[in-house]
Structures are given as structure tokens and as C-alpha cells.
Ligand binder design. Structure first.
Ligand SMILES: [Zn+2]
Length: 597
């Protein structure tokens, strides 16, 4: 399963905060640091239109519980993160580092600098949902900067057809594809000469780099060697600082440092997911997510999240997991399974995010690779200071208030959203995980699998809330807050396109809730009927679990078609009210730990 389910960008964009560190070494082809020819491409009006819709979110995690060793480790990990961030923007655009150097030399260009931080590079997402350069750099291409400039999918597909044996090598998730020019070949081999550890950790690579024609598949550790070694050294130093207080975390950091040199994360992932970290820190480190690869969706992009554990909430969460088997047994299907209660889940506050992880994501579940998830499980990181952030919640509250009758507009709380999200993540561990005849769900249901899996997690969350309430673990008021959050979740500002799994399954829930009387349309607004709510959830969950068990894609699609009606006199009325309530669309995140404001 992919991790996208874990990421609800309440507001659409990852943001990039100002980092004061020195520029990293220019590495790899297409990373010229010449700022010649770079200047503003937009007039002030265009920049201001976007910045006027941008919310500034300053994260200031409480670090008072940290030991002196942990504080020293934080400094090392922040330095690693800043370098990771530079790698990320370099992966995204061939001129990103040059554009950054240009902006650093022109402090008067405040709006451009904000746009650069907001968009992690010189290409902006506009209010019309297009991607355009706001500095005079090349337009964005699907190749980004992880395939040779100008490469098209057709071109590479043709190459793979003619050279099928090279497909896996070139589409490796942790290599950059370079054109096999003499200069590039020399550059890659020079990195192996300079860093013999890379030669040792990549058996056969030297021969491939020497002999490959047309394209070279260059491991990230080789393509970005000076930066990767800088990060490696910071992780080793951080490990030394936490060794005595949190040995499992130290072992994870050391393994991850080695993973980065080997471009193979199994060791570090195993230590990360299964380790018993007893200190205050946790960190997501390395390249995981593929969202930025617009050519094949396989190349991973760098990120680092440095997190401090929210101990009371994490403990409370672990206590709640005692009820997980009860929740499973109460789900409306037969064939219940035994659920592990030692799910590695914690609540954290973000100290700082770098690279692909930067932004307003509310939760993360990693690793992605099925073979790693099967063998070691996956870790769930709840991002408390985003989930419970007042400004973020204010935007959610405005949309909810615009949609429901006035007397219910304060039923939603940030806390309710937090618990709904939490149990959504846990919900992925519960319910059907195979078809009756033993197939994996994504194999059986293909393009409808994600949609159903996400809807299942939403509905398990709402079911869990009811069960926790019955067992006296949450109050009636908390249950109502979670239910209200479940309604806000499914209301749409625009009619979803069928290829949008999240929005589509949310619309299904909206329609089902109307049909079962949990929602009623009154004078242009919605009224929630909390008495009918539990049955509406249970009946829809029963359908979803049955479709998953059957593994019948045609039945799944027929179900989706039947429940995705969009009525101009209902949905569009609510959607428009919510659109009109919107004040900000983008979020620019800054971090106290980086001395940003
Ligand atoms: Zn999910």
C-alpha cells in the first residue's frame, strides 16, 4: 500500500522555508550554479495573488524534555536535513540550486524568495492549478532532474523495448539516469575512485558505469557523493550523542547512515520500524516518496523529518491500542483476524521537515515497499503540531461552518480531527486484507483498490470512535467531535474526477450518509443526524468489506458509479459555500529550530 493515504495536505502545497546554510557542492550533470540569465519572470501582481492566499505556519516544538545528548543530536540532524533539502530541490529542477544562489544574492526579492520556499524551487503551482516558472529558468519537464534533460516517456519506452534487460537497472528507485557521455562516465567513475566505500557497497557498478551505452544508472550515493557523505557523517555523529540514552535510536541512525551509502534501506528500515526507541527523538531520513517523478513514478525524492515525541499522547495512544482487537471483532464482516497490538505508532511534534517531507502533512506511514512492510511492519508517525494547529483548523472550521446548519457549526474540533485521523491510520491494519480466494486487494481490484482501502480506513475510524465511546474511553462530546470531523472530511469543494481516489470515496460517503439520513439538506445547508450516523457508517462499511472480500473489480466499479452522483441543487450549493469560505490555499511552513520567522 502506498503512503499517500497518510498525507492529507489540508492545503495543497508543500512549503519551503528559508535555510541559511551554505549551498552544497554542485553535483551531477545539469546542476550549474551559474546565475547568468536568471531573473524575475512575473510581475508583482502575479506573485502577490498567490502569496495573498498563503497561510504562514510557524512550528515551535517544545524541546525542554530533551537530554543534552539529544540536543547535540538535533544539531547534527538539522545539518543533515538542510543538506537533504538542497538535494531535493536539485532533484526537482536542473536550475534550482542556481535559482537559489540568485535569490541569495538578491535579498530585495522578498516575494520571489517566498514563492521559492513555498514551492521548493523556481516553479510555482498557480491558483489555476498549473505549474509555471516565476524566475527566468527552463519550464518544468516530466524528467525533472532525475532523467536526462528533455527525456520523454516515449523515448525511454522505446529504449526499454529495444533493451529490455536494462529496464530494472534504469528504473531503480534510488538512481539518477544520466546520458552516457564521456564526461558523465568520467564523473561517475571519479566518485567511485574518490570514495572507495561506494565501490565496495555497489558490486558490479564500476563495470556497468564503464560499459553501459546510451544511459547510465547512477546510484544517488554516487551522483551526490559529497552531500551523501556529509549527511552520513552527521548521522554517525548524532548516533554518538544518543548512544547512552537511546541505544536503539543510535543503532537506527548508524544503519541509516550506511543505507545512504549503499542505496539500500532494508537495514535501517528494519531498525526504525521494530526498534524500541526510549528517548524523545525520532526521524524519517532518506528518499522514500515517488510523487515528484512525473515520468515513471519510481524515482524517490529526498526528505528528512526530525520529530520530538509527545509522550502523554503517545502513551494514551498505546493504551487505546488495547482495544484494537475489540474494534476488529466489531467490524461488520465474518472472518475476523487476529490483529497485532504492538503497532509502532507514536504522536510527535515536528522540529523541522526537509525536502519532500516539508509541508502540512498530518501523518506518515513508512516504508512503502510491500516486502519490507510484510517483513517488518510499518511505522506510523502522527504529526501532532500540524494536526492540532489552530490556523490550520481555522480553515477547516470555516469550510465546515459554511456547509452545516448554524447550530452544529461548532461541533467540529481540532481534537476530533486528530483522533479521526489517528484511527484512520490504524484502520489500515484492520478489516479485509485479502480476497476470499487469497489474492492481494490491489491485484484484484486494481484502480479501485486504493479508493476502497481509504474508504475502509475512514469508516473503521468512525466505528472505532463509537466502540471507544461504548467502552468509556471517550466522552459523548468527543464522539460527536469525531463524527463532525468525519462529515467535514467527505464534503467537497469541487466535483471529484474519477481518477481522484480520495475525493471520489469521500463523495460516496457523502451520498451514502444522505441516503441513510445521517445528513439532511435543509435550506441550502446540511444537518447532521447523530442518531442515524452509526448505522450509516456500519452499513457502508459492510458494503466496502464485502466488495474487498469478493475482489470483484466490475462490482467495485458499479458501486462507485452508483454512489458518485453530483447534484447541482445539492452538492454544488454546498461546494460553492465552502469555496467562498476559503481564505488560504497554500501553507508556508517555517521552523523555530531553524531560526526562521
Ligand atoms: Zn489512509
Amino acid at each position: 500500500m502506498l503512503t499517500k493515504c497518510m498525507r492529507y495536505p489540508i492545503l495543497a502545497l508543500a512549503a519551503l522555508a528559508l535555510t541559511a546554510c551554505a549551498s552544497p557542492a554542485a553535483t551531477g550533470p545539469g546542476a550549474p550554479l551559474s546565475t547568468a540569465g536568471i531573473g524575475p519572470a512575473w510581475d508583482a501582481t502575479r506573485s502577490e495573488a498567490i502569496l495573498a492566499r498563503t497561510q504562514r505556519l510557524h512550528l515551535d516544538a517544545d524541546l525542554s524534555a530533551l537530554t543534552p545528548g539529544e540536543r547535540a543530536a538535533v544539531d547534527e540532524l538539522l545539518a543533515a536535513g538542510e543538506r537533504m533539502h538542497a538535494l531535493y530541490i536539485q532533484q526537482r529542477h536542473p536550475q534550482a540550486l542556481a535559482a537559489q544562489a540568485y535569490l541569495n544574492a538578491h535579498p530585495e526579492l522578498g516575494p520571489q524568495r517566498d514563492l521559492f520556499w513555498l514551492n521548493s524551487g523556481p516553479i510555482a503551482s498557480t491558483l489555476d492549478n498549473t505549474r509555471e516558472p516565476f524566475l527566468t529558468v527552463q519550464p518544468e519537464t516530466p524528467a525533472r532532474n532525475v532523467y536526462p534533460a528533455g527525456t520523454t516517456r516515449a523515448e525511454l519506452d522505446a529504449f526499454f523495448t529495444a533493451n529490455p534487460s536494462r529496464r530494472d537497472e534504469l528504473l531503480d528507485d534510488r538512481t539518477v539516469v544520466w546520458a552516457a557521455t564521456p564526461e558523465n562516465r568520467r564523473r561517475a567513475l571519479a566518485a567511485l575512485d574518490r570514495y572507495p566505500a561506494l565501490d565496495t557497497l555497489h558490486p558490479g557498478l564500476r563495470a556497468r558505469l564503464s560499459e553501459s551505452e546510451t544511459y547510465l544508472s547512477v546510484p544517488y550515493s554516487v551522483a551526490y557523493a559529497p552531500d551523501i557523505f556529509f549527511i552520513h557523517d552527521r548521522l554517525i555523529a548524532a548516533a554518538g550523542h544518543v548512544e547512552s540514552g537511546d541505544p536503539a535510536f543510535a543503532r537506527y541512525l548508524r544503519l541509516r547512515a550506511r543505507d545512504l551509502l549503499a542505496d539500500d534501506y532494508e537495514g535501517g528500515d528494519a531498525a526504525w520500524v521494530t526498534g524500541d526507541f526510549v528517548g524523545n527523538l525520532n526521524a524519517q531520513i532518506g528518499s522514500y516518496e515517488t510523487y515528484d517523478d512525473a515520468l515513471y513514478g519510481v524515482k524517490t525524492f529526498f526528505s528528512l523529518s526530525l520529530l520530538v515525541r509527545d509522550r502523554p499522547r503517545s502513551d494514551e495512544l498505546q493504551a487505546a491500542l488495547q482495544d484494537i482487537q475489540t474494534v476488529e471483532n466489531a467490524l461488520p464482516y465474518a472472518n475476523h483476524r487476529e490483529v497485532r497490538t504492538d503497532i509502532p505508532v507514536g504522536v510527535y511534534n515536528i522540529i523541522a521537515d526537509f525536502g519532500q517531507a516539508r509541508g502540512a502533512n498530518t501523518a506518515t506511514i513508512l516504508p512503502n515497499e510491500a516486502y519490507l512492510a510484510r517483513q517488518y511492519g510499518r511505522t506510523i508517525l502522527m504529526r501532532g503540531n500540524i494536526l492540532l494547529n489552530e490556523e490550520q483548523f481555522a480553515e477547516t472550521h470555516r469550510a465546515f461552518s459554511a456547509a452545516v446548519i448554524q447550530s452544529q457549526s461548532d461541533d467540529i474540533t481540532a481534537e476530533g480531527g486528530f483522533y479521526r485521523t489517528l484511527w484512520h491510520e490504524i484502520g489500515h491494519y484492520l478489516g479485509v486484507d485479502q480476497t476470499t480466494d487469497g489474492r492481494d486487494l490491489d491485484v484484484a481490484l486494481e484502480d479501485t483498490a486504493d479508493l476502497l482501502e481509504e474508504m475502509k480506513a475512514d469508516l473503521v475510524s468512525l466505528s472505532a470512535a463509537r466502540i471507544l465511546n461504548q467502552r468509556g474511553r471517550i466522552t459523548d462530546e468527543q464522539l460527536q467531535n469525531i463524527y463532525a470531523s468525519g462529515i467535514r472530511r467527505v464534503l467537497q469543494k469541487n466535483r471529484p474526477r474519477r481518477e481522484q481516489p480520495y475525493q471520489t470515496m469521500q463523495l460516496i460517503q457523502w451520498n451514502w450518509f444522505m441516503d441513510r439520513g445521517a445528513l439532511r439538506f435543509e435550506n441550502g445547508r446540511l444537518r447532521i443526524d447523530y442518531r442515524r450516523y452509526p448505522e450509516a457508517v456500519t452499513s457502508l462499511l459492510r458494503e466496502v468489506l464485502a466488495i474487498q472480500r469478493a475482489g470483484d473489480r466490475a462490482r467495485a466499479n458499479a458501486f462507485v458509479d452508483r454512489w458518485t452522483n453530483w447534484d447541482p441543487a445539492l452538492h454544488e450549493v454546498i461546494a460553492q459555500r465552502m469555496r467562498e469560505s476559503e481564505r488560504t490555499r497554500y501553507t508556508l511552513v517555517t521552523y523555530e529550530a531553524l531560526d526562521e520567522r
